[in-house]
Design a protein around this ligand. Structure first.
Ligand code: NAD
Length: 364
């Protein structure tokens, strides 16, 4: 990546994907123009739209595009019209293939409650006020990939379901390093979540994270059992800064944490490898509202902000986008999913325009 030269592969995908990606690109183009960045946006097909055209969810040309790029920005894939297809060609396979080929091993989900959306949380205002959590979930190991696995018949003639929880110390070290580095850019607190009291695999997790921590004396490392963490996320979520955890626990805890904000259309994500990264909103393609210009584009816009932060080290620009989003909410603008009496209901496009206006104001 040459100085000020950034190649981004853009896959809008299916359903609301093209509508929300359009708004995120609007914001990136303004930043690029004002900051004189050479932002090359290369659009490609992935998901159901690629299947319709080429018979596969991730054509070779799209994979090549992703591999040649510095980062990937994705809308969402999938929809009911592709649900009866064979698993191998389902739109969602495009995402799995992209993650694998890009060598992605860390999923980052920031969980931030915007002051203006406190009422949208299912929890009481005083509990969610001010929360700013970063969940770092390991993506390549654990029971999802461990062997042996399957359902087998035992000698007693009964069926046994088996999955294997397995982590190598290298896999743990890799995600721990990433989590410590992230903690360094925040409030310098890292919580590692495991079940070391009963699972040897996660006892190794705890030991390796502790070893890595010796290289980060500036970070306060704590450990918590996953059952307690699930409870604390509801009881007192404001206590958390960065949480690092394994694939299975992270899958569950990140969805629980997402609900603290009460609005799926607001939450971005980053999936990082050693060199490559993929950015996307956490929600799906929302086929029920696709094509109506009513989807919330903010999760995608915030995903673009994460791209600037984690792939291009553009922390001030990332913060600027986040501030512009907060400002837009403060002005009372809302898409239908976060609309409440007394706020101004606007379309996907108008929300993109409102954020764009605030980005311009903040840049001036
Ligand atoms: P979904 O996230 O698409 O939608 C769930 C609900 O949230 C729907 O009512 C939808 O209208 C609403 N919603 C989602 N995003 C929104 C937004 N930005 N603004 C306003 N409302 C929004 O989940 P689903 O309905 O279970 O799945 C639909 C399709 O998306 C399926 O084919 C599924 O496989 C796919 N999917 C894709 C991804 C991905 O691409 N990463 C993730 C999850 C689901």
């Amino acid at each position: 990546m040459k100085q000020n030269n950034y190649n981004i592969a853009v896959f809008a995908g299916d359903g609301i994907g093209p509508e929300i990606i359009k708004e995120a690109l609007k914001i990136l183009k303004i930043i690029a123009e004002k900051k004189k960045l050479n932002l090359q946006l290369h659009e490609g097909l992935a998901g159901g739209c690629a299947y319709d055209r080429f018979g596969v969810p991730l054509p070779d040309a799209s994979l090549e595009l992703a591999l040649q790029s510095d980062a990937v920005l994705l809308g969402a894939v999938g929809g009911p019209q592709w649900e009866s297809l064979d698993y191998k060609v389902r739109p969602e396979r495009a995402l799995l293939a992209l993650r694998e080929k890009l060598g992605i091993f860390a999923n980052l989900r920031p969980v931030v409650v915007f002051e203006e959306l406190l009422e949208a949380s299912p929890l009481k205002k005083n509990i969610v006020q001010g929360i700013d959590i970063m969940i770092v979930r390991e993506l390549t190991g654990d029971v999802y990939f461990g062997k042996p696995r399957g359902v087998k018949k035992g000698k007693d003639g009964k069926r046994y379901g088996v999955n294997t929880m397995v982590y190598s110390e290298d896999e743990i070290r890799r995600i721990a390093v990433r989590a410590f580095e992230i903690a360094r850019t925040r409030k310098k607190n890292l919580l590692s979540v495991d079940k070391a009291n009963v699972l040897e695999c996660t006892e190794l997790w705890r030991n390796v994270v502790t070893e890595v921590g010796q290289n980060y004396p500036d970070i306060t490392l704590k450990h918590m059992y996953v059952d307690n963490c699930a409870m604390q996320l509801i009881r007192n979520p404001a206590q958390f800064d960065v949480i690092v955890t394994s694939n299975l626990f992270g899958d569950i805890l990140s969805d629980e944490a997402a609900m603290l904000t009460g609005s799926i259309g607001m939450l971005p994500s980053a999936s990082l490898g050693e060199k490559k990264a993929l950015y996307e909103p956490i929600h799906g393609s929302a086929p029920d509202i696709a094509g109506k210009n009513i989807a919330n584009p903010l999760a995608t816009i915030l995903s673009a902000a994460l791209m600037l932060r984690y792939s291009f080290s553009m922390q001030p620009e990332a913060e600027l986008i986040e501030k512009a989003v907060a400002e837009t909410l403060k002005e009372g603008f809302r898409t239908q999913d976060i609309h409440q009496p007394g706020t101004k209901l606007i379309s996907t496009e108008a929300m993109g325009d409102a954020v764009a206006k605030n980005v311009r104001n903040l840049l001036n």
